[in-house]
Design a protein around this ligand. Structure first.
Ligand code: GAR
Length: 217
């Protein structure tokens, strides 16, 4: 059994794609055993509960200003890690999880955390990506990359799944797809087209990782 934990902050349509693939026998024996969110109103929690999958919310407390801010965040990461670790996951999938996780969290799951990012990221950690047609475009990082792509007037963007390292929106690439930006695209239409690719990609990546996994020690 290849156990998967999924971290979300919102709708969880990618989580649903994993559930659907699991039901169809298309996830290579991988099973989602827990869904954790930083937001209690994340609809993905309802998706998990509806099928009897464990669902938990670990909210990040409102940050005070000053040095204690760092301690509050570090303590939150430890609480989050404890909840996730209770399910001994082989893989932790950040599927629309809108918080940055530091090594304080990542050290609990070495090389086992992957992230979906709704833009193209380069393999070399640099600031640009070269597309399949040779176009050099900015590597968009952060929480607003879909509107950023529109604002910059780019003709192509995409999505990436990568292993998570302490560097934000960086780490070895597992899958990437280019998505053209259409003249009448707005944020909603573009993001929805990107997500259609992300849902296909996340199923494929989880299936491939499950297939290549070695037994848990
Ligand atoms: C996806 O587009 C994912 O790439 C993005 O959130 C969306 C989640 O959609 N993640 C990030 O932006 C992380 N920085 P969903 O809730 O419908 O699965």
């Amino acid at each position: 059994m290849y156990t998967v934990a999924v971290l979300i902050s919102g709708s969880g349509s990618n989580l649903q794609a994993l559930f659907d693939a699991q039901d169809a026998g298309d996830l290579g024996g991988a099973e989602v055993h827990v869904v954790v969110s930083d937001r209690s109103d994340a609809f993905g929690l309802q998706r998990a509960l509806a099928r009897g999958v464990a669902a938990a919310c670990v909210p990040l407390p409102a940050a005070p200003s000053g040095p204690s801010r760092h301690a509050v965040r570090a303590a939150w990461e430890q609480r989050l890690a404890k909840v996730v670790a209770a399910f001994t996951p082989d893989l932790v999938v950040l599927a629309g999880f809108m918080r940055i996780l530091s090594s304080g969290f990542l050290q609990h799951f070495p090389n086992r955390v992957i992230n979906q990012h709704p833009a193209l990221l380069p393999a070399d950690g640099g600031d640009t990506v070269t597309t399949s047609t040779g176009l050099v475009i900015p590597a968009l990082r952060g929480a607003h990359v879909v509107p950023d792509a529109l604002r910059l007037g780019m003709s192509v963007t995409g999505c990436t799944i990568h292993r998570v390292t302490p560097r934000v929106d960086d780490g070895p690439i597992l899958a990437r797809t280019e998505v053209p930006i259409l003249p009448d695209d707005d944020e909603v239409s573009l993001h929805e087209r990107i997500k259609a690719h992300e849902r296909r990609m996340i199923v494929q990546v989880v299936r491939d990782l499950a297939a290549g996994s070695s037994p848990k020690s």
